[in-house]
Write a protein that binds this ligand. Structure first.
Ligand code: NAI
Ligand code: BGC
Length: 268
């Protein structure tokens, strides 16, 4: 029998064999949830995350699926629901960057990022909501019918030169999340985003892996440290739990103050 604020709940985390998704999956497991570790490549690493969750006393399984493909997303949800009966928590985390100067950006670079970061979240949110509605509230598990957490970014509000595809996808995630939240609240489904600042993961290694890059990055972070996946994971556990029951349609910035416009500490 699992313990913790998420005891008995069933979670699916996309892109959970790396970086933030891995941290979130492990933390949800530590909080008592069973966790599906979704991955698109890197099966060995996905199995390691599954083992880490199991060694902490929760159940876990890895499922291969490309979140940008409708048939694969539907097959993943079916596999999870067949195995565990339902889903209580979705963390739509999988994301990519394909950076380029605007005038050099190809349609492929644009479309790939939109497909994974925005359409991928739409497909996963829709499948989760369908199941939450089918099942309704199980008061033994949670006072809501289900929780969705979208992994957005500070770039849902901070424009980002050289990353037009990425910033646009995250701006889209914000409006998608709010619109789903507005529509689903009456069904007692909570939908929120986490908007991380700079978290040290494989997606942004070149932004922090030399002393020069790190110094430049710290100029953008008033709190003067680069974030860790655990910083995001703690917020995710709280948003998934009944401790945040009255919160829906909100984006929580976990960014060390990156959205405080640190350039305005002087000047302006
Ligand atoms: P990461 O590169 O370590 O992890 C991304 C994960 O998504 C990987 O597991 C990757 O295999 C998976 N993925 C990519 N395409 C996929 C697909 N089509 N289907 C299924 N999985 C797929 O990067 P990180 O940093 O952990 O990123 C996770 C999320 O956090 C992304 O949505 C990213 O935009 C967001 N984020 C990251 C920040 C950072 O500073 N690291 C800051 C703000 C947001
Ligand atoms: C990006 C990272 C970047 C961070 C802060 C994230 O959304 O994926 O590459 O370091 O925002 O700019």
């Amino acid at each position: 029998m699992s313990h913790g604020v998420l005891a008995g709940q069933r979670a699916l985390v996309t892109g959970a064999n790396s970086g933030i998704g891995e941290g979130v999956a492990i933390a949800l497991g530590e909080a008592g949830a069973k966790v599906v570790v979704n991955y698109i490549s890197g099966e060995e690493r996905a199995n390691k995350v599954v083992e880490a969750i199991k060694s902490n006393g929760s159940d876990a399984m890895a499922i291969l699926a490309d979140v940008s493909k409708e048939d694969q997303v539907q097959a993943m949800f079916k596999q999870m629901i067949d195995a565990w009966g339902s889903i209580d928590i979705l963390v739509a985390n999988a994301g990519v960057q394909r950076d380029a100067d605007f005038t050099e950006m190809t349609l492929e670079q644009w479309q790939f990022v939109i497909d994974v970061n925005l359409t991928g979240q739409f497909l996963c949110c829709r499948e989760a909501a369908r199941e939450f509605i089918r099942r309704g509230i199980d008061p033994a598990l949670s006072c809501s019918a289900g929780k969705i957490i979208c992994m957005s970014s500070v770039h849902e509000v901070i424009p980002w030169a050289g990353h037009v595809n990425y910033a646009t996808s995250k701006g889209g995630v914000n409006m998608m999340m709010q619109s789903i939240a507005q529509e689903m609240a009456v069904k007692k489904i909570r939908v929120n985003s986490i908007s991380p600042g700079a978290i040290a993961t494989p997606i942004n290694t070149s932004a922090w892996n030399t002393p020069k890059a790190e110094a430049e990055l710290l100029k953008l972070i008033p709190y003067q440290r680069i974030g860790k996946p655990e910083d995001i994971a703690r917020a995710a556990v709280w948003l998934a739990s009944d401790d945040s029951d009255y919160i829906t349609g909100t984006s929580i910035f976990v960014d060390g103050g990156m959205t405080l416009y640190p350039g305005f500490r002087e000047g302006g």
